[in-house]
Write a protein that binds this ligand. Structure first.
Ligand SMILES: NC(=O)C[C@H](N)C(=O)O
Length: 310
């Protein structure tokens, strides 16, 4: 019999209607009952009871440490979580639970458990299927899909099939996986990271203002392949990127496009930025880039920039 640990953190799946709208109220025990699996021993911990809007990096660390502490006591883990920041938490756990050798599955719902037509039970059973499988790693189970933890993105605010896998194929549960290196809890994060979205007319001083405020990392959501305005623009971003480098602030250029990722070698405006030390976000969605850069910065000495997000 498989032994599963369910960690409840809140979200719509656990919510009840109040005079001020939905708010988490249900327990992990309610989730366990909904899974209704007779062939597994599911233990439950009520870790948090938060709308995922209120989840912060310290909560990612709390979840990761909890899983790491009891990793070998269970065959798999289910984390119930709000959908709005689920992709961020999934990415953070993906990188923090490095080489985890069993399934860590995050799920939630668009409508509360117990409400007519709710997707909650279906998603809980999907998560249970993944948690009992031979998959090794962190994934999101939602709307009939299994998505690697560093590839999930919420694409619809309300639809059941809300998530898509960005930049890599969905998880194939029929192909058991095994990590090639020992497990490591990699939970240090440097929160001095800002995500900035580029728009026509944006002033490059925005970058300098963040550097002056003490940010060690900036993820700039540029256009197309990750481009930012260069020498032909009214106001070039290149001098600000140069200042970022000399002041040991790591700049990652990614794209506002959902698919195909950022590749700075494609256009002159990207090549010039890369020459000034900007890293390309590649095919990682912004949620994964954010968690990864925080983690990379935590292991990079103060006064140095991150050399790679790999
Ligand atoms: N569907 C949901 O779970 C949305 C909710 N606001 C949350 O993220 O907690």
């Amino acid at each position: 019999m498989k032994k599963i640990l369910l960690l409840a953190t809140g979200g719509t799946i656990a919510s009840r209607e109040t005079a001020h709208g939905l708010r988490p109220a249900l327990s992990g025990e309610d989730m366990r009952t909904a899974i209704g699996a007779a062939d597994a021993a599911i233990e439950v911990i009520d870790l948090l009871s938060l709308d995922s809007t209120n989840i912060a990096p310290s909560h990612w660390q709390m979840i990761a440490r909890r899983v790491a502490d009891v990793r070998t006591d269970y065959d798999g883990f289910i984390i119930t979580h709000g959908t709005d920041t689920m992709a961020y938490t999934a990415a953070a756990l993906y990188y923090m639970l490095e080489n985890i050798d069993r399934p860590v599955v995050i799920t939630g719902a668009q409508r509360p458990l117990g409400r007519d037509g709710s997707d909650a039970e279906q998603n809980l059973r999907l998560a249970y299927e993944a948690a009992c499988s031979g998959f090794a790693g962190v994934c999101v189970a939602f709307g009939g899909r299994f998505i690697h933890g560093n590839a999930a993105k919420k694409m619809y605010s309300l639809a059941d099939d809300a998530f898509r896998s960005i930049g890599r194929a969905e998880v194939d549960l029929s192909a058991p996986s095994a990590p090639s290196a020992p497990f490591r809890l990699h939970d240090a994060l440097d929160e001095r990271v800002a995500v900035i979205r580029l728009y026509p007319g944006m002033k490059p001083i925005t970058i300098d203002a963040h550097i002056a405020s003490g940010y060690r990392g900036i993820i700039l959501e540029g256009y197309g392949c990750g481009s930012v305005p260069g020498d032909d623009a009214e106001e070039s971003f290149l001098p600000s990127l140069d200042r970022a480098r000399t002041r040991a602030c790591t700049v990652v250029l990614t794209t506002q496009c959902i698919y195909d990722g950022a590749d700075l070698s494609h256009y002159e405006v990207g090549v010039r930025a890369a020459q000034l030390g900007a890293l390309a976000g590649g095919s990682l969605p912004i949620e994964a880039l954010y968690a990864r850069l925080m983690q990379r910065l935590a292991e990079t000495p103060e006064g140095e920039t991150v050399k790679s997000l790999k």
